[in-house]
Design a protein around this ligand. Structure first.
Ligand code: UDP
Ligand code: MG
Length: 315
């Protein structure tokens, strides 16, 4: 029977969370009394999660395993989940149970009311370091200010999307993905439900600072040209300052003033402008590197073992 609901969970070394995840999701989903499937995307786990997923799929045919040839990253794993999901409504959830599956009931209710995207807003976070909370909070607010789409604050990937939205997302094959931005960009009727983000059930975060930074850069470059425009603004500002400074310095010199002499002054100006130029080049590089990645046109991910019926003709 075609499932009405698909639950997608990306898995990267989550062996101690899988049983509990399965239990909590199946009890929540059974209460809906509709057919459902659980798409488990194994993102190159090396801790034995893969065997647990295979075994689960053997026991329960509603578990749909998609096993990657290597680690491709969280956003790509979720993308594969969207490609392989068949439900009329699709829920993305973390495998570490930080997103309580019980919230899915509220999401389904909103979906039945006619909303096509129901995103979960974190009102509180438990068991996370202050560093993570501060960086996350700054990140969400920065993205909100500088991007052109209004991505809801304090919202992760935990969300329900209607099939019509998933079909649109499945046609967007960009490589450096920021799914919450993409799902906001799509439009449709969207609404938030609030929840308390729990602590991790087991294991450690798979998002070290390096990966968080990369996600932030993908979000910014994917949805804003502001960093590119900064070079233009800086150029105008320094050109403006020098136009004003030239007559001032010339007059001071003619009047016999000793200011603005010596190498130190020159050095500071050269180093400052050199720095601004290198940073601008680096920003350009971030965009050009991404263009290069797009042009190569490689597949987003490689599945080593998975269902034969992919539900996306665009992938
Ligand atoms: N994840 C993944 N690939 C990665 C990193 C993470 O599939 O390269 C999965 C991970 O297994 C989890 C989800 O993405 O289900 C969110 O990761 P995590 O809980 O570590 O992030 P945090 O909640 O700390 O931001
Ligand atoms: Mg987590």
């Amino acid at each position: 029977m075609e499932p009405v609901f698909s639950i997608i969970a990306p898995i990267f070394n989550e062996k101690d969370n899988l049983d509990e995840l399965y239990k909590r999701i199946s009890s929540v989903m059974d209460e809906t009394q509709e057919p459902w499937e659980l798409v488990l995307v194994d993102d190159g786990s090396r801790d034995g999660s893969t065997d647990i997923i295979r075994e689960m799929a053997g026991r329960d045919e509603r578990v749909r395993p998609v096993i990657f040839a290597r680690n491709f990253g969280h956003q790509i794993a979720v993308t594969a989940g969207l490609d392989y999901s068949r439900g009329k409504a699709v829920v993305i959830i973390d495998a570490d149970l930080q997103d309580p599956p019980e919230v899915i009931h509220d999401m389904i209710q909103k979906w039945r009311e006619g909303y096509q995207v129901v995103y979960a807003v974190r009102t509180e976070r438990e068991g996370e370091s202050w560093f993570k909370m501060i960086t996350a909070s700054v990140f969400y607010r920065l993205i909100y200010r500088i991007t052109d789409v209004k991505i809801p604050l304090d919202t992760g990937d935990f969300r329900l999307m209607d099939r019509s939205v998933v079909d649109v997302l499945n046609r967007m094959r960009e490589r450096h993905r920021f799914l919450r931005g993409m799902s906001a960009w799509v439009g449709f009727r969207q609404v938030g439900v609030e929840y308390r983000r729990a602590a991790r059930h087991a294991g450690e975060t798979k998002y070290p600072f390096r990966k968080m930074l990369r996600l932030a850069l993908n979000a910014i470059t994917g949805f804003s040209y502001l960093p590119l425009q900064i070079a233009t603004y800086m150029g105008f500002i320094s050109a403006g300052i020098s136009i004003l400074a030239i007559p001032v310095v010339a007059i001071m010199r003619l009047a016999g003033n000793e200011a603005f002499f010596g190498q130190a002054t020159t050095l500071i100006a050269v180093l400052f402008l050199g720095g601004v130029q290198l940073i601008s080049l680096g920003i350009l590089g971030e965009y050009i590197g991404r263009i290069y990645d797009e042009v190569k046109g490689r597949p987003l991910y490689i599945v080593s073992e998975g269902p034969s019926d992919i539900n996306n003709q665009h992938s």
